[in-house]
Design a protein around this ligand. Structure first.
Ligand code: C5P
Length: 220
C-alpha cells in the first residue's frame, strides 16, 4: 500500500451492478457503470489503505494498487465481502439487484411454442445492511449510497437508519442530472449529526473527497 493517512487501515468497497441469471444467457441487472465505486477504491488506496474492491461486471479498468474481486450475483458479492473482513471501513457503492429469479433455468428458455415465461422472484441479501449488522467484525465505519430522484436528504436520512450504516452519500439521480453513466456527481454526505452539501464534481473528485473525509474521521 501507498504511504498516506490510511496506512495500516483496511478498506472494502463494492462497485458496479450485479447480474442475476434468468437462464444461461439472460439476466436481471441494475444500471451501474461502476465509475463511482472504482474511483473510491482507487482514492482509498492512494491514501494508503489496503483496499479490496468487490465488483460486478463493469467496463472500468482495475484501479491501481487495489485487490479486485470480480463477482456476478448479489450472493457472490456478499460472500466476497464477508471473506474480505475484517475491515476498518466499508463503502457500499454497488447497485445490487434487489431480486433474483428464484430458480434460474439450467437451459436457455425457448420462445418457440412455450408461451410467456413467468419469472418468480426472491429477495437478494442486502450487503450494506448485513455488514452494518455484523456483531464481531463490523467495520468501524460503514458507508452506504442512496440514489434518490426526489426529497434526496429526507429519503437518504431514513435509509441511513434503516440500513444501520454510519454515513450515507446521497446523490440526486433524477434523469435530468445525467449521473448514471456520466462523469459528474452532486452529493450530500449524511454523517448523522449533520448534512454536508458537496459541490458538483467528477466521480473521481467525489472519490478523493470521500477518501479524505474517511481519513479525517480516523485521524480525529
Ligand atoms: O436500498 P437501496 O438499494 O436504495 O440502498 C442503496 C445502498 O444499499 C447502496 O449503498 C447499495 O450499495 C446498498 N445495497 C446493498 N445490497 C443490496 C441493496 C443495496 O449493499 N441488496
Amino acid at each position: 500500500p501507498a504511504e498516506g493517512p490510511l496506512k495500516g487501515r483496511r478498506a472494502l468497497v463494492t462497485s458496479g451492478p450485479t447480474h442475476e441469471p434468468i437462464d444461461p444467457v439472460r439476466y436481471i441487472a441494475n444500471r451501474s457503470s461502476g465509475k463511482q465505486g472504482h474511483a473510491i477504491a482507487a482514492a482509498l488506496a492512494r491514501l494508503g489503505a489496503a483496499t479490496t474492491l468487490v465488483t460486478g461486471p463493469t467496463r472500468e479498468p482495475d484501479p491501481a494498487g487495489v485487490a479486485v474481486v470480480r463477482i456476478e450475483t448479489a450472493r457472490q458479492m456478499l460472500e466476497a465481502c464477508l471473506a474480505a473482513l475484517p475491515a476498518d471501513v466499508a463503502v457500499c457503492a454497488a447497485a445490487v439487484a434487489d431480486w433474483r429469479v428464484a430458480s434460474a433455468a439450467g437451459q436457455k428458455l425457448k420462445k418457440e411454442g412455450g408461451g410467456l415465461p413467468t419469472l418468480a422472484l426472491t429477495e437478494n441479501p442486502d450487503i450494506l445492511a448485513t455488514l452494518s449488522a455484523r456483531e464481531n467484525d463490523r467495520p468501524a465505519l460503514v458507508v452506504g449510497f442512496a440514489a434518490e430522484t426526489e426529497k434526496v436528504i429526507e429519503h437518504a436520512t431514513s435509509k441511513r437508519a434503516r440500513k444501520g450504516c454510519d454515513w450515507i452519500v446521497a446523490n440526486d439521480v433524477s434523469p435530468a442530472t445525467g449521473t448514471f453513466g456520466g462523469d459528474a456527481n452532486t452529493v450530500h454526505l449524511i454523517t448523522g449529526g449533520e448534512v454536508e452539501d458537496w459541490p458538483t464534481a467528477s466521480k473521481a473528485e467525489v472519490g478523493d473527497r470521500l477518501a479524505a473525509r474517511i481519513a479525517a474521521h480516523f485521524a480525529a
